[in-house]
Write a protein that binds this ligand. Structure first.
Ligand code: CP
Ligand code: NVA
Length: 305
């Protein structure tokens, strides 16, 4: 079987994503019923972190353990990766000692170079450009609460960052719409916009307009990891891109609110919204565990059950 990586959302087909969601449902149910599900026993996941993480590390590490395997954590500070070892060499060596690799890093090109030299599947655990595992969990969460996402509208309020890019890729693949509203100067890059296909997304200058009729409203930090030097400038530019009760009232009556977390109440979302009845952020965080277990199992063993 050729190696399958998950470096961008579109690395999987719509059919494969449907399978993963069905499988994640089974895995979640079994886990909650205390039924063992050791489909990756004796297998090892290596997790490489060049940026901080709570949810991603925890969900991959706990998930691999629950699948009967082991997870090893490497970071730049205390491995040779931080001392200039070539990404290509790291890919060759690390992939000879494990069955699966997850990487959180800066440029997308780093995970691609690693994957090109890897004997085992590589998963993108967040790059500057994409966060595909998070969007898998988000769409799974939407389906659990509201049914199929096809034909629905997602309002993205804030920065055209890694999360936004991944929503746009997913919209094209799974046939739903994204309304993006960013402050001037922070719009989706034109090259990227072409890649996403104009049929599935629209840009709005006014965040209230972007929320109109949306079935899901979602926002993220104004300053992503790696861009901290722009923090002050961004705080000023994004001040009107805070999801509040008024924006939620403009969305569909049963609209959900999501945030990949960590969140800053009073910046990209008010406490009233994120802690309110439309918010599903805790389910969203938990579902990282279940969908990533389905993903790891699929990349290593293919379709099962
Ligand atoms: N949402 C997310 O990826 O969280 P962490 O940065 O804590 O992994
Ligand atoms: N856009 C954020 C997501 C964090 C999970 C970042 O890249 O920092």
């Amino acid at each position: 079987m050729p190696i399958k990586h998950f470096l961008q959302f579109k690395d999987l087909t719509a059919e494969e994503i449907d399978y993963l969601f069905e499988r994640a449902q089974v895995i979640k149910r079994r886990f909650k019923a205390y039924e063992p599900h050791h489909t990756l026993s004796d297998r090892t996941l290596v997790m490489i972190f060049e940026k901080a993480s709570t949810r991603t590390r925890l969900s991959f590490e706990a998930g691999m353990h629950q699948l009967g395997g082991a997870a090893i954590y490497l970071n730049t500070r205390d491995s040779q990766l931080g001392r200039g070892e070539e990404v290509e060499d790291a890919g060759q060596v690390i992939s000879r000692m494990c069955d699966l690799v997850m990487i959180r890093t800066f440029e997308q090109s780093i995970v691609e170079r690693f994957a090109a030299n890897s004997r085992v599947p590589v998963i993108n655990g967040l790059t500057n450009e994409y966060h595909p595992c998070q969007i898998l969990a988000d769409i799974f969460t939407f389906i659990e609460h509201r049914g199929p996402i096809q034909g629905r509208t997602v309002a993205w309020i804030g920065d055209s960052n890694n999360m936004c890019n991944t929503w746009l890729q997913a919209a094209r693949l799974l046939d739903f719409n994204v309304h993006v509203s960013t402050p001037p100067g922070y719009e989706v890059e034109p090259d990227r916009a072409n890649d996403f296909g104009q049929d599935h997304f629209e840009q709005f200058a006014d965040p209230m307009e972007a929320c109109k009729g949306a079935h899901l409203v979602t926002s993220d930090v104004w300053t992503s990891m790696g861009f901290e030097a722009e923090n002050e400038e961004r705080r000023k530019a994004f001040a009107d891109w805070c999801v509040d009760a008024e924006m939620m009232a403009n969305a569909a009556p049963d609209a959900l609110y999501m945030h990949c977390l960590p969140a800053h109440r009073g910046e990209e979302v008010t406490a009233e919204v994120i802690d309110g009845p439309q918010s599903v952020v805790w389910d969203e965080a938990e579902n990282r565990l279940h969908v990533q277990k389905a993903l790891m199992e699929y990349l290593v063993r293919g379709r099962m059950g």
